[in-house]
Design a protein around this ligand. Sequence first.
Ligand code: NAP
Length: 243
Amino acid sequence: MSMRTAVVTGASAGIGEATARALASAGFHVVLGARRLNRLRQLAEELSGTAHELDVTDVESVASFVDQVPECHLLVNNAGGARGLERVEEADEENWHWMWQTNVLGTLRVTKALLPKLIASGEGHVITVTSIAGHEVYDGGAGYTSAKHAQAALHQTLRSEHLGDPLRLTEIVPGMVETDFSLNRFDGDAERAERVYQGLQPLTASDVAEVIAFAATRPAHVNLDRIVLQPTAQYNGSRILRR
Ligand code: NAP
């Protein structure tokens, strides 16, 4: 059998980069997309994969990315993140716009464009990295939690709309993972970002990537619908035990 192709969005760092490594180890040909092409190229070379520039907020960029992917068995919707932590009364619309464009519309655009190829593969699979923020709310988090709720709703709708098609759908729901996520959320404030992970052992990007690769390598009749994984010291978005 020829190699199956996996597209990973946001593969230049964090969970996406670790997922690209895990899927390449599991035997996939990985096609990597993100804005930082130099990082992607290095990773693609290491994994014998392919790198293409992708900005999920840009319709033309998505179209040109998808044109360069001749076939696709697995799509990992990973590109995304958070900006800011303001209460609703102080909401920054630019932050909200970024989060909705990237997490929600980005997932919609890439998924919509790749669906015909995923179904044509005869064993398509869409794995979407949402968050526990897609299933609960916390103070200061409305921009991110609302975007992740919308992304989760989009993903779950596809699961129902494609019953009977050769298309599996898996939602990955991580708690706290130590990546550049908080650094980006707090606009490069490293001290503030570091405090997020103080006093507990967070998940690593590869902890999440291993779960994604597990879901991707089940037999075609097994659909892992939703997998929640958190650090042992985390109960939910608000209740975390720090020592
Ligand atoms: P990260 O280290 O900040 O990585 C984010 C990735 O998304 C980067 O590769 C970035 O690449 C890419 N990206 C951002 N905007 C993009 C755009 N417009 N077009 C294409 N790619 C874009 O964060 P991470 O923790 O790995 O986050 C990955 C996913 O996991 C996100 O959806 C996040 O919401 C979710 N998540 C994270 C955590 C956590 O605690 N870390 C928990 C739950 C869920 P470029 O900058 O090169 O484009």
